[in-house]
Design a protein around this ligand. Sequence first.
Ligand SMILES: NC(=O)c1ccc[n+]([C@@H]2O[C@H](COP(=O)([O-])OP(=O)(O)OC[C@H]3O[C@@H](n4cnc5c(N)ncnc54)[C@H](O)[C@@H]3O)[C@@H](O)[C@H]2O)c1
Length: 316
Amino acid sequence: MKVLVTGAAGFIGSTLCEKLTENNIHCVGIDKLTNYYDVSLKRSNLKSLKSNDKFSFHESDVMSEKTIGEIKNADVIFHLSAQPGVFKSWGKDFQIYVRENIEVTQFILEILKDYPEKRLVFASSSSVYGKTNTYPMREDNILRPISPYGLTKLACERLLDLYNISYGLKYLSLRFFTVFGPRQRADMAFHKFFRSVIKNEPINIYGNGEQIRDFTYVAAVVDFLYKLIDNDKWNYEVNVGGGASISVNEVLKMIFEITGKRTKVNYIADQKGDMKKTLADISLARDEFNYSPEFLLFEGLKKEWEWIQTIYKVDR
Ligand SMILES: NC(=O)c1ccc[n+]([C@@H]2O[C@H](COP(=O)([O-])OP(=O)(O)OC[C@H]3O[C@@H](n4cnc5c(N)ncnc54)[C@H](O)[C@@H]3O)[C@@H](O)[C@H]2O)c1
């Protein structure tokens, strides 16, 4: 079994590569270490993998001549590379989102169209739902993204479907719901909250903090991805959520409890593109793919806090 992971230096990608290699699966990782957030965090995500003989790494753009051979060689491709984040996707940066999300995905699909036996697992997002019709969000809800980022993820989902129709591509589009845990991206809320606590700086919360989120612990996500290696069900869009939801203010209380410290909290203007409520209906993942996440919010936050202290070098 040959496995390729794009975005291998990122939060979810590096955690997945570790899970695969721990289970004796050789994997090839590709990442160009974009500067969307601090590159030293990505290098540190790769540290133990780089000395692992079951892991090979190419520091490269996915969309390059050099990667074509790796894409053709793989049986399963976990396509996790992207320009993530909702807030920065407005304005002139939109072209980065179009390139990194839509064009890179289309590049992979053009290679795969001659190899219908290969399988592509795509990292989609709860952002495709946007202003949707019902909660919890089911895969067949109306998809009405409210951010340019969400729109690029929806475009990718549609591309996968059309390569399936025209070329028999086998795919899964996994709609991740706010993933957290060790290595969480530096632009994501919990990471920023913990960092502010460490630096004794104010925490900025968009809106009134009563926005509700379905938070998914990263180990549940990579366990699910790992099981897909032997999966025989393809061509679905699937929610990958934590199975319960909670407000940002409630999470903040937990963060103060875990760190044993409080800092000032500023409530600042809402950001355009921020969904007020996300909650995944995970019955498709549970019934068809044997996905059974535990709701590990407090425990997962503790693990993230342990990791944050190591990267920001705090004396305990
Ligand atoms: N973390 C979440 O909560 C979440 C939620 C929904 C969807 N997702 C999606 O899951 C995937 C992984 O997210 P993450 O949080 O680990 O993000 P991340 O930014 O930590 O990882 C993505 C990696 O892709 C790399 N990359 C970007 N463009 C590239 C290119 N053209 N060639 C090579 N490498 C490239 C980046 O350098 C980065 O290391 C992304 O597709 C993201 O949109 C994440």
